[in-house]
Design a protein around this ligand. Structure first.
Ligand code: FES
Ligand code: FES
Length: 160
């Protein structure tokens, strides 16, 4: 149903121009999941504490639950759906699989998007730097070690 609160949100999402109705009260996370049908970003806490909703907004890592949809008019957004290429999985995704760095998977899209941003910013992070960067992403299942192993392996592969 269209109401006075709706507006057309136009943005490039995962490389594709998208124009769809959103509500002025929507967070970016709500607009992506409920209006655009992009369900990779997950709602964990909805208050900026878990990182499950992480996306890249004009190349910058953000918690999409904390960004208003109305703020991203004309922006470029990358979600987990935009990380793999037509040729196959991104090396980060491959390393998460190889290191068994996921269990229930709720946190995984956020971790992978956050890792993408980390390796753009710092292609050769130390373990400490990787743990510090990913401190805003919470995982209830893995105990983090496997995730960090996957992140460092992906960094190694990118560098080699
Ligand atoms: S759902 Fe956005 S940080 Fe938790
Ligand atoms: S794999 Fe379940 S929360 Fe991380």
């Amino acid at each position: 149903m269209t109401t006075a609160n709706h507006f057309v949100l136009s943005a490039v999402i995962n490389g594709e121009q998208r124009d769809f109705l959103a509500d002025e009260r929507d967070s970016l996370l709500e607009a992506l999941r409920e209006r655009a049908g992009i369900r990779g970003p997950k709602e964990g806490c909805n208050n900026g504490n878990c990182g499950a909703c992480s996306v890249l907004l004009d190349g910058r890592l953000v918690n999409s639950c904390l960004v208003m949809a109305a703020e991203v008019q004309g922006a470029e957004i990358t979600t987990i759906e935009g990380i793999a290429s037509p040729e196959g999985l991104d090396p980060i995704q491959q390393c998460f699989l190889e290191e068994a760095a996921l269990q229930c998977g709720i946190c995984t899209p956020g971790f992978i998007v956050a890792t993408k941003a980390l390796l753009e910013e710092n292609p050769t992070p130390t373990e400490e730097e990787a743990r510090f960067w990913l401190a805003g992403n919470l995982c209830r299942c893995t105990g983090y070690d496997k995730i960090i192993r996957a992140v460092l392996k992906a960094a190694d592969q990118k560098g080699s």
